[in-house]
Design a protein. Sequence first.
Length: 742
Amino acid sequence: MELINLIINQFGGKKDVFIFVIIISLFILVNSLINNRKIRFLTSTLASLFLTAQVFSLYSTQSFIGYQFYVHLNLRGVLGMENLFLFQISILIIFYIFLMFTNFYSYFFWRKLKKNNKSNKKFQLIRFICIVSFISIIIFKGKFVNDTKTLLPIFTSNKITDFKDVLIKYNMSDYTTPGEIESTAGNNIIIISMESLEKGYLNEKHSHLTPNLKNLKDNWNYFKMEQNGGSGWTSGSLYTCLTGFPAYFGVQGNSMFQNAYHSNISSISHVLENSNYQTTYLIGNSDFAGTKEMLNVLHFNKIIDYKNYPKTGYESGYGLRDMDLFSIAKSEIKNQIKSDKPFAMFVSTTDTHFPNGIYDERMESFISPKKTDLEFTVAALDYLVGDFISYLQKNNLLENTTIFLFPDHLKMGDPSIFDDTGKRELYIITNKENKRINNKDIYQIDLPRIILEGSKVKHNLKFLSDYIKINKKQFIEENILTITEINTNGISNPKITYLELDVSNNYLDYKKDNTRFIAHAGGEIDNKKYSNSLEALNLSYKKGFKLFELDIIKTSDGKFVAAHDWNHWKKITKYNDTSPVTLKKFLSKKVFGKYTPLDMVAINDWFNNHTDAILVTDKINEPLIFSELFVDKSRLMMELFDEESLQKGLKSKILSAMPSQSIIDNMKIKDVEKFAQKGVKNIAISRRFILQNKLLLKEFKKFGIKPFVYHINFDPGINEDYVVKYEMDFIYGIYADEWKFK
């Protein structure tokens, strides 16, 4: 009996299991009505797939298929994690086969029953009554309908309207967008988002697993927090933590952020950027569920995951392990405190992930054996958190640093571990008091305000919770479509936004003007992009280009060379060892197997021999150093990525210090004149910036600032000719892989 109760709880409890059995019975009865074998095979297949998906949803989320399940269907988010679910996948396959058999052969079983029953009409009536009764039970009892309703956003239109119009529509006209943020810095900030480590783990029942967290709970400030709809999975929780909005994005799910380039939805990272914080996000694998794209569009300065950290040999499907994340966090903080800037560090753990945790044998040196791998990983995370807090204490960092610890969401899968631990909830633990927090009504959507206020960051933001006058959980459940419309219109994505324009009247003139075209990464050669090679420069010059972009990075011995980044360089040179490499090694490797690499000697030699050519740099952010090494400052344009580097570039007497989009992203129209007065002549922005910023671009044009746009050939159908035809009137020039001046 105990085992049966355990299984029932694993799948959402008695009511959900009962409803699920009713749904299975309904499909079997419906299929028993179908005489045609082909049609019955089709309906049985669809029914079995549907029911198999439902049972996995019940297993993993204790709810029927809803938006959360839909988001997790994103293959990009689950590839590489199959080994964690091999047992579950095997059971699902067996369950699917069982469902196919019972549904397909239900017709024959029913026909046999009819033969053995003399009252055929009565038997048919019973079947009809059962079908009607089952449908009624499914609709009016249990959570099936409510869980399914959360799928509504995927059926709504993706029609894009002006974000301000959407805000007015929902009485949010005073919402503060990123460009309107006013803020000042407070304390340093450290946020630790702990995978699935919900309140039950801190109960006395599990106190042997979480002594450090329980100690922090007792001695710091502890607040209960409810999980709200749209935030019950890791990336959804992250989006809510940063913006205060549940993560409903319609049919696009997390892919909303793939190729996204701008957010009109304000986040705490926008506030921190405005307040001159250095923001860093540590996560095992930022590719998981669109996390990297989300962090980029919300303006994090630095993202650290398994791709930019030396391999340890202990990586999981989720990338870096928790042990490594906290080690990196210590090193990053040691570097941060040397800077004059305040810092905000976010750490997202993974090793306590459903279903059984991800065992790290290295932690055996610190953690005694436990009953299960999950208990071991919980105890390991608790130890790492305690050790990290001790490190901060020893280095006297707690006084000026506000720390927030909270679970990302409730644990998925088997909930029996929380039997006798009280209501399943989340929580916040912080080392700073915040008297404005109402401990009775905290949801995940309240996190951004709590974080900023607890860190003493002054700001003028308004969050979704400021507009809610009823119970927050109820509001979210009743306004999923509203939230979806705000989210999808607030994130600018070329997949769903486009310009409908006539061909420019100046198209033919633009085509011939070689001052408007920058040969991107040296220009395309033999259909290959990003070569940054000598041969690419020669070919582009022959075609008529006069402006040549090169990506400039440093070798391990501190020499400047032309390459997009080290990972890309390794790919196009088939180099399989560690990077960065020395200058000697760099020069020994041919690009794409045949093109000549460029160091400063080769770059200077080429521009010395082509006196009408202008160098445009990308990646490098050291204008004073690089300009002294280049052959001719009067022919040097440098894209620069922060205010400090821009100021240095403007003083360095180069032809043009070009602010990148990261500098001008939140610029107001009234600031453009001052920008021009500083001596800014050009800016470098994404072509995706154009749609939402036409008035700002018009102001740049008014003051003689010439925008050059990149991200050509990134989006389907958007090549050089498209931009010159339809978008050049809003800008000055483009970074082109290929162009014919005629």
